[in-house]
Design a protein around this ligand. Structure first.
Ligand code: FMN
Length: 306
């Protein structure tokens, strides 16, 4: 029996549920030298802002015991260069393209999405309302239910394809934020972005990042992400895209069981660029072994106690 890895979110069909996470493979050019991007369900770009940004000065990444801290500061080429220089490459790849969008103000999200709406080869946008590493915008939107609803609603007015809201774990109740995104008209939610953390060099007494704090990612955050995916899946009707510490196919299976329709692979790509391809292969073998015909046979099927 062959396993069908295809999934559909908001009417868009994906060959498989394994995507890359924003900020972990730029605009796809380097990863395409490692494997054909057609092996991915989708490629999610680095966050794009209205103007180009250089981000924070180095050091802006630091390794931790079970993950890494980063405070890149949304370094990116800006929407104009993205459309002129990066989209032509992405258009030639036989994978879905999801453009992650960030902004300091409501107007910035709207303007970037307005410009992206004219771009033919682009399947969805993912709104980064959860970046912990910028002074203005980012996480402020995703920490406030009414701002979350408003930013999604405003973007939906100018962007005619599906919109994913990417949620922050640095909140008291992520379910409340997911519901606000749903209320605003989001087509899906993705979670989680990184968790605020820090690390200190005990010789210099300096934080190990020039931003003083950063976002913790990698295996350390996986149990937190799983619990949040499970909670949002149980109380929200939107498809959930699971992110956080996925390094192997078994991690992906856990996320699907907890209610994710698709998963994104971030930090693991820095350690092993082929990780997403191995995850697709492992998932297919697992489904064959378990005699599962479609990914739907796994989504949300965790057998909870009580
Ligand atoms: C170096 C780095 C840069 C990131 N940049 C972005 C970004 O630009 N936009 C965004 O929404 N998330 C960004 N993220 C967060 C990831 O997309 C993902 O949500 C997070 O890393 C958790 O997944 P992981 O544990 O698999 O890495 C970044 C993460 C890392 C490690």
């Amino acid at each position: 029996m062959t396993a069908d890895l295809g999934i559909t979110i908001a009417g868009v069909e994906f060959a498989n549920p394994v995507w890359t996470a924003s900020g972990c493979c730029g605009y796809g050019e380097e990863l395409a030298r490692v494997f054909p991007l057609s092996r991915l369900g989708a490629l999610v770009t680095k966050s794009i802002t209205l103007e180009p940004r250089l981000g924070h000065p180095p050091p802006r990444v630091a390794e931790t015991s079970a993950g890494m801290l980063n405070a890149i500061g949304l370094a990116n080429v800006g929407v104009e260069s993205f459309i002129d220089e990066k989209i032509p490459f992405l258009a030639r790849q036989k994978t879905r393209t999801i453009v992650n969008v960030a902004g300091s103000t409501m107007g910035e999200y709207i303007e970037v999405c307005q410009r992206l709406n004219d771009v033919e080869h682009l399947d969805m946008v993912e709104l980064n309302i959860s970046c912990p590493n910028v002074d203005k915008g980012g996480m402020q939107f995703g920490a406030d239910p009414s701002l979350t609803e408003e930013v999604v609603k405003s973007v939906k007015k100018v962007f005619t394809r599906p919109v994913i809201a990417k949620l922050s774990p640095n909140v008291t109740d992520i379910v409340e934020i997911a519901r606000a995104a749903e209320q605003g008209g989001a087509d899906a939610v993705s979670l989680i972005n990184s968790m605020v953390g820090t690390a200190v060099d005990i010789e210099t007494w300096r934080p190990r990042l020039t931003n003083n704090t950063g976002g913790l990612t990698g295996p350390a955050i996986k149990p937190i992400a799983l619990a949040m995916v499970s909670a949002v899946h149980s109380s929200c009707r939107l498809p959930v895209i699971g992110i956080g510490g996925i390094a192997g196919w078994a991690d992906a299976v856990e996320f699907l069981l907890c209610g994710a329709t698709a998963v994104q692979v971030g930090t693991a790509v820095f350690v092993e660029p082929e990780a997403p391809v191995k995850i697709v292969r492992g998932l297919r073998e697992y489904m064959r072994r378990k005699k599962l015909r479609t990914v739907n046979d796994l989504i949300g099927r965790v057998r909870k106690y009580g």
